[in-house]
Design a protein around this ligand. Structure first.
Ligand code: MF3
Ligand code: CO
Length: 381
């Protein structure tokens, strides 16, 4: 160990170890720990870095909306500051983007456009990653209740992930700042955990991805917050749950990936909901995201036929209103265009010789689970 303090550059696009003492003056004043290699890293990252600062006008300890002039489609607001980047112990094998945000090998693999078929040995490791992913999601899901902050869910996911010797795949993936995505109400996907406090009647999707011994697992579920949930919200959540279930049922060798969208959209339309087209399921395993592309909408032209040893996700995003999305100025959070709710469920799946294996399947102890559509606002009865 050197005598100089070892730090990592707070520029998420650098992230390198540094002995520099360059500090952000606002961080110094506000008691936030950060440091930068040099003036360049400081300036390059300032737009993102400033999300860690308290708003002087709002006052210390007071969350504030950093995008005041953005025309939000719904009632949810970004609630800053974000908490500083969570650290990963040296003993954990990091994903390739942990330092500078760029998945170099994943991008190189994308050019091949081929669907990986995994060996027995690789599948063993993917299974393990998926079991860990399920354990972590269940612990996070059990913590959902009115009063919890989405950043607290991130803290739980981060801690449970490193406890299992896994790297939280979202952390610094294309500079995503947190270890999990938390998408509340009208958020379709990629919500950034922040100071938002969940309240009775909300829904929240928790999207967990972990990297273990060279392989990624990816799963998510939408949870009800409290008991008093609007009828149409229940319909949207249950429709999303059912869409995933129906699509999985059809998976087997010889089935086309493009057929899944027909199954999903048919059910969504039956239930008076719409299907998001901007985000798709994907191959997962050696890469966080790779071929095949798995659109969730009908009459899509996705390439590929399922074969034993292929591993991919299905993760339909189902909206109560319009299918269109708009991204917040944080460049991540995807909201419905009309501010109505969106729900999502995701599994990592393995094609077997005679069907499909749900690698991220729920257990008897998993929290959450379906809610009956006919149960009208019970609390008011
Ligand atoms: N877990 C998401 C998926 O289902 C991807 C999240 S990417 C992140 O594909 F950077 F936002 F984390
Ligand atoms: Co996914």
């Amino acid at each position: 160990m050197s005598e100089e303090a070892k730090n990592f550059c707070s520029d998420l696009q650098c992230g390198k170890e540094t002995t520099s003492n360059l500090k952000c003056p606002i961080c110094l004043k506000q008691g936030i720990i950060s440091c930068f290699c040099d003036e360049g890293c400081y300036q390059n990252s300032y737009r993102q870095h400033k999300s860690l600062h308290w708003d002087e006008k709002a006052g210390e300890g007071k969350p504030y909306d950093p995008f005041k002039s953005f025309k939000y489609p719904g009632s949810l607001r970004a609630a800053y500051p974000l908490t500083p980047k969570r650290s990963i112990p040296d003993t954990i094998v990091k994903a390739e983007w942990a330092e500078n945000g760029i998945p170099v090998e994943e991008q190189q693999n994308d050019r091949l456009n081929s669907i990986p078929v995994y060996s027995k040995d690789e599948i063993k490791k993917i299974r393990k990653a998926c079991i860990y992913g399920r354990e972590i999601l269940d612990i996070a899901g059990a913590a959902v209740k009115p009063g919890i902050k989405t950043d607290e869910i991130d803290a739980i996911v981060h801690e449970e992930t490193i406890k299992r010797n896994c790297y939280p795949s979202p952390l610094n993936y294309y500079n995503f700042p947190k270890s999990v995505c938390t998408s509340v109400n009208e958020i379709v996907c990629h919500g950034v955990p922040d100071q938002t406090v969940l309240k009775e009647g909300d829904i929240v999707n928790i999207d967990v991805s972990v990297f273990y011994q060279g392989f990624h697992a990816d799963l998510n579920e939408t949870y009800y917050v409290g008991e008093e949930i609007d009828r149409d919200v229940i319909n949207t959540v249950e429709t999303a749950r059912e869409c995933l279930k129906k699509a999985i049922k059809s998976c087997k060798p010889g089935q086309t990936f493009c057929s899944l969208g027909d199954i999903i959209e048919a059910h969504a339309v039956d239930m008076k909901c719409s299907v998001v087209t901007d985000y798709c399921g994907h191959g997962v395993g050696k890469y966080f995201h790779c071929a095949p592309q798995v659109p969730h909408y009908a009459r899509n032209r996705a390439a590929g036929i399922m074969k034993p040893g292929m591993v991919f996700t299905i993760e339909p995003m189902i909206n109560q209103g319009k299918h269109k999305c708009i991204t917040w100025p944080d460049d991540w959070t995807a909201s419905t265009i009309d501010g109505k709710v969106s729900a999502q469920f995701e599994h990592t799946l393995l094609i077997t010789n005679d069907g499909v294996d749900i690698l991220t399947a729920r257990t008897k102890k998993s929290p959450g689970g379906p809610k009956n559509r006919i149960s009208l606002k019970k609390a008011k009865a």
